[in-house]
Structure formats: structure tokens, C-alpha cells
Design a protein around this ligand. Sequence first.
Ligand code: ZN
Length: 495
Amino acid sequence: MTNQQSMVIRGARLIEGAADILIRGDTIAEIGKPGMPAPGEAKTMDARGKLLHPGLVNAHMHGHGNLGKGMGDRWTLELLLTAGPWITGNRSIEDKYLTTLIGAAEMVMKGCTACYDLTVEFPTPSVEGLEAAGRAYREVGMRAVLAPMVADRTLYEAIPGLMDALPVALQKEVERLRLAPWQTTLENMRRALHGWKFDRGEVRPAVAPTIPLHCSDEFMVGCAQLAREYAAGLHTHVAESKVQVVSGLKRYGKTLTAHLDALGLLGPDFTAAHGVWLDDDDMRRLGGHGASVAHNPGSNMRLGSGLADMRRMLERGVNVGIGTDGANCADNLNMYEAMRLASFVSKVQGPDWQQWITTREVLEAATAGSARALGFGDRIGRLAPGCKADMVFLDLQHINWIPLNDPTNALVHVEDGSAVHSVMVGGAMVLENRRLVNLDLAKLARDAENARERLERLNRDNKALYEKLEPLVGTFCPGLAKAPLHIQRYGASHY
Ligand SMILES: [Zn+2]
């Protein structure tokens, strides 16, 4: 928003207590006592009966996953990757726009105002595909970091021994899944970054070499150089599953994080997704470089990846943000649920309750922590003068808030998104009285159903291929994960 119109929100309750908020343009100008003076031209918004909290920031999700919502059940990460061509194949530019739009709508309706989207296009990203995704976020009115998620090796090339474990006929079939050469992908990303069409305060670019094992070293170094050249973020899935950790040790002779460190990828603009299987040294490296981890407890449980240890990460100086992960593996994009799970996952790490993550720490991670991971710095994720006016209005008459005891505990442990009444991004309402301001949900439903039906038809062969691969990948990978590892943690010990 560029205009400098003023607005004063009166009668609201903040987490800290009753307060009025003066907004100038898209920014919070002042937070003061109820009844504080405001400029004569300022419009007044009545927020009596509402609890205001900073817009939640989703540190890790996948826009392409939304058309695949609810498609799978018993998937490990490796089976999800095997299913990729089936659930994400044959997408048109319009589909890429639509799938992003579905996620943006869901996130806003559930109190999220910014996200880090790792979006995939097969066999390589395109300027048009990224523009379509960016357009979807702007249309709904939320902020996003948009990262083409890229690789130059398929799963079968990435996991040592997996290709050889397939019968020759299937080896031939997975050949057709081969990705573009990394030079082509790098060039396409360069074109997208060079002519970036969006205001970086609203939709920022980033680069996401998806998983270290799936990217050659030359490619990853190229991604890091590109990100630095264009002041873009860098985001990679790191130590998400035990299969990755075992494969990483085999391929690199060191941990995935140590390998990324040696390649020069770690830095304050680097975000590692998941980090379920990080050891102390990995966490120290990440913390030492000022890097972030996007903690996605829902996805980690859904895919059976394990339980990440947020307390140890914080102790070693890692900036922790919280994410939902994609709708094809989580499956909702509900940041309230992600916060609740982040709290619970910490509490099953062991009986020493003083090590458990507090609700305050969870909320901090899901707002300011995620905001830092996204590269928006401290301009979002807080309600304070100088910050963007991104905030959620919760209905205190909703059953979730009856009675209102400790607001932080209730936000993390009680709220599930159903009390979200209105959402503001940059001083403009994007959800008002539970209705999206800029989007017709009925039309979205029709468009999504048409796309779903068409894609189901187009991806019939890819589904058949998945069904042939499932028993093989589903046997080989768990076998690999049987190797003992020296990471002793309550949550990980039974793996
Ligand atoms: Zn992910």
C-alpha cells in the first residue's frame, strides 16, 4: 500500500493488554493507551471484543502442494517424493496459479499473513510459472517469499543404491523423470530473478535447491551464488528423514550440514527446513552462521520423519521459524495447529519439563522467528511502531476464548483458526468478518474441481508408475534407515 492514509484501531485487546493502534499507510505508527489522541483525518476502526495478534508467518510450505491436498495417507518422505509426478505432474501455468491461490486463501483464513513458498515446476522452473504464483499471493493480499524448488537428480539418482534396486524395466521408466541440466535451471532462475516483477516488500524471491542429495555440488554452489547476487534467500530441506542422513554420510562422508557448510551455503539468509536429524555440531554450524531452521512438526509426524529438537536449536543460536510444510504432506496449512504441535513435540522429548518450549517461545518462533527466516527482518511478525500493519483479529466471543485466561497459552494451545474474524496485511483488510475480501471462494472451488478432475486424467500413467514403485522404494528406504546413528534423543531413539 502506498497511500499514507491514517487509521486508528480502537477498543482492541492485544496480548499485552488493552491498546489502540495508529496505522499510517501500511505501517504501524503508534501503539498507545485506549483513547490515545489520533490525527483528525484518521479513520476509526472499532475492534471491541477482538484480540489482535501479529499475522502468523509460515516458514515453510509448498504452493504446488495445494492441488494435492489429502491425496496420500501412509507416505514416508521418500514415498511422497516417489508420488511427485503423479500428484504434481502435467500442470499448466493456470494450474500453478490456482494451486498457489488455494494455499494463499487457506493461510489468510487461518491467520497467516506471510509464507515461504518452495514451489516446483517440472522439469525446470519458468519465469511464467513463478509470475503466476506471485500473482496469486498478491491477489489474495498476503506476503510471500517465492523460491523455485529445484534439483538436478531424481530420487533414484539421489539415494545411493536405489536405482540399482529397481528392475531394469522400471529403471527405464524412471528415466523419463529426468530433470533439466542444472545449467538450464540456473539460467531460468536467473531470468526470473533478473526481471523480478513484484515489490520485494510483498513478494520476495529466493532459491531452493530442494535437498542436498538431489543436487550436484556445482548446482548448489551455483544456487548460492545466484541467491547472493540478487540478495535472495536460500532454502533447503536438511536432515528431514533418517534416509537422507544415512545417504548423506554415504555420499559425502560427513553430515549434510557439514557438507553445506563446506560448500559455503550457510549464512544469515540460509534456511534449513526440518532439521529433524541434526546433531549438536550441525546445530552449532547453523547457529554460528546466523542461519534459520523452519520447524514443521505436523509434517514430520505425518511422514514419520521424527521429532525435531527445537530447544537444542535455540540453545545453539539457531533462529527457529515454524511452518506447516505443503498441503500434500501436512495436509492443512494451519499455523495455529503448527504452533500447538511445536509445543507438544517439544514436550515429548523427555521428562525434564524445564527444557520444554514455552508457548511464548512458540509464538515468537511462528511470528518474529519465521519473519527473520523469510528475510523480512523485523518489519513483520511483531505489532510495534515501524512494523508493517499485518495483524489478525480474533473474535473473543468465540468458544475458544471463553474464558480468556492467559492469551499466549490460549493462542498456542486453544486457538485452531476458527476464531479468526478478520485479517489485515499492510493496513488493508484481506479477510473481513470471515470472508476473503479479494477472492470468490465459490469460483475457486469450481476452478479447483475442474483442475483436479483434468489432472487426475492426465496423471493416470504417473499414478500407475507410482504404484509399481511404491513396494520397491517402500522397502529399500526403510532398510537404509535401519543403520544406527549416534543421535541420542527421546523422540528419535525408536527409529
Ligand atoms: Zn518441504
